[in-house]
Design a protein around this ligand. Structure first.
Ligand SMILES: O=C(O)CCC(=O)C(=O)O
Ligand SMILES: [Fe+2]
Length: 317
């Protein structure tokens, strides 16, 4: 497999789609990670999002626990409550050293026929909900544009595939990584080595550093903040849909900077009832069909205390 040395940059702007798709193919067929620039997201909105995240994480624990994550995966996920035991990339025994707030699609009520549907769990924090909703709206539009480009990058012109994104699964996660002691065990991670399980991840991060991606040869390469850019990577479902042509690259976070680290990934995924399979036109299928909801359930139940079948922990009314 091709080795990579640098993290590529894909510029959007108003360039023709075909040109962008060619750059996308070059970046995501090899590295699977890239910086997307000229994407049109207002830098003040990104700043407001980080401000909202810092204000939320600074709240007393009981105010955060008042919106503890529920079975629909919305709310506060405290530190030491998720462990990537399904990881095939490392033997992971210690929980991730991060806390986060998770927002998903705002559904008025939970629909039992739709895994993970439900309303968000909003903290009492002035302006918080408005900023997150505005940001999620903007990133949803960017995710949709990038998804179309991704399909074009693997020569899929049939627009049917985009119907799975008419009512997408979106996740906006406000992550806080406390500094890890310099002498902490080697297998203690802010985020253990993993691949993302959906289609596209669009991440903004502060300048603390700590995100790394794994090259095909197995070395870890830093992905520092490139001001004004969004780090975009391909997840396991887009890897499958592209029949393996777009890469879902392992990554991890280790925060030994001595500083607090904040990052905000936005995950842009198909509707949970979508059957994921290599799209027509991508050749002899290398993957069997898989219902996204089934895959998500097994991933969440394995990794998160709040989703363990018998625990009932964090269940809201
Ligand atoms: O915090 C980061 O930079 C990466 C987070 C991440 O990989 C994830 O949430 O899937
Ligand atoms: Fe990730």
């Amino acid at each position: 497999m091709t080795e990579f040395t640098d993290i590529p940059v894909v510029r959007l702007g108003d360039r023709p789609d075909a040109e962008i798709a060619a750059d996308f193919r070059a970046a995501y067929g090899t590295t699977g990670f890239g910086y997307v620039t000229d994407h049109g997201i207002d830098p003040d909105l990104v700043e407001a999002l980080f401000d909202a995240s810092r204000r939320f994480h600074a709240l007393p624990l009981e105010r955060k626990m008042a919106v503890a994550v529920d079975r629909s995966h919305r709310g506060y996920i405290p530190i030491n409550t998720s462990t990537d035991v399904n990881s095939t990339l490392a033997t992971v025994t210690r929980p991730n050293q991060s806390a986060s707030f998770m927002m998903m699609r705002e559904d008025a009520v939970a629909d039992p026929s739709e895994y993970l549907s439900g309303p968000n769990r909003w903290p009492e924090l002035e302006g918080f909900r408005e900023v997150l909703e505005t940001y999620a709206q903007a990133m949803g539009a960017l995710g949709n544009r990038l998804m179309r480009i991704a399909l074009q990058a693997v020569d899929i012109t049939d627009t049917k595939a985009m119907s799975a994104f008419e009512n997408p699964t979106i996740w906006l996660r406000l992550l806080h990584y406390p500094p890890q002691p310099a002498e902490s065990p080697e297998d203690l991670y802010g985020s253990a080595p993993h691949t993302d399980f959906g289609c596209l991840t669009l991440l903004v991060q502060d300048d603390v550093g700590g995100l790394q991606v794994r090259t095909p040869a197995g070395t870890w390469v830093d992905v520092p903040r490139l001001p004004g850019s969004v780090v975009v990577n391909v997840g396991d479902m887009l890897h499958r849909m592209s029949n393996g042509r777009l890469r879902s690259t392992p990554h991890r976070v280790i925060n030994r900077s001595g500083r607090e680290r904040y990052s905000c990934p936005f995950f842009y995924d198909p509707h949970v009832n979508t059957v994921i399979e290599p799209l027509p036109g991508t050749g002899e299928p290398n993957f069997p069909p898989l219902k996204f909801a089934d895959f998500l359930r097994s991933e969440l139940e394995a990794a998160y205390d709040a989703h363990k079948p018998a625990s009932g922990q964090g269940v809201s009314a």
